[in-house]
Design a protein around this ligand. Sequence first.
Ligand code: G
Ligand code: G
Ligand code: MN
Ligand code: NA
Length: 250
Amino acid sequence: VLLRRELQEALQHNQFELHYQPVVDARTGAMRGAEALARWRHPHKGLIPPAAFIPLAEQTGQIIPLGQWVLQQACRDLRQLPDDLTVAVNISPLQFHRAGFVEELGALLERHGIPGRRLELEITEGVLMTGTEQAIATLHRLRRLGIVTAIDDFGTGFSSLSYLRTLPIQKIKLDRSFIADITDHPQSAAIVQGVITMARHLQLEVVAEGIETEAQRRDLTERGCDRLQGFYFSKPLPLAEFRAGMAHWG
Ligand code: G
Ligand code: G
Ligand code: MN
Ligand code: NA
């Protein structure tokens, strides 16, 4: 088991890395951005995926310094990426609701000379279940920095859809569980089509995650999905490999 102390040491000894997974334009296949995903390069256990340490970091509050490191590293990496490419970063509820979050982020962008439009934040529906008024204010302030906000894992939470009317968000990321059985289960296909249609009327961009096959790529494109992400295009890669692969993704 991973301990709080191990996580503390990992933060002190710089054992975290960001890997990047391309997000492509559904119609043209051209890469438009990437999602940054945290990895822990453990000295004995090898590469540890976020599912094994993010929940612990959230329980202990260590997600705050870890989240700050992630945002800082994303800004450093953005300087090595083309100006028209956006990077999406996952933000935990604790981070999002913390006082000073927007100010710190604004200062970070300024320090690195990164325009806000190059950064996207992925938040989960859970973020919106508490302190809605404050969440709306935070989203507006992020927007004023030019930052785009996406609802991640859309469709897996328990919150009401009514928040889509009131929240200043710009994107929906359809959870990969829907994509996985779209070709076998008409129910999943119906949900996906419903979300895409609704999003279009609300002028929200839709990203489908977990695209693994050509059939899924075609299906989601025909249904009007804007952006696609998944192993079919590429798994998440270390920055150097991601940059090397860029030419290939158009
Ligand atoms: O890369 P992988 O599919 O194993 O990621 C699993 C989950 O971990 C993702 O769904 C993502 O939400 C979460 N995750 C990855 N990187 C980060 C991060 O930097 N911060 C937070 N809060 N969550 C992350
Ligand atoms: O929860 P979130 O959507 O932020 O996390 C994305 C996670 O999904 C990453 O951990 C990444 O490794 C994983 N992932 C990305 N593409 C695919 C895919 O095509 N199939 C599956 N099963 N997982 C994927
Ligand atoms: Mn995500
Ligand atoms: Na997701």
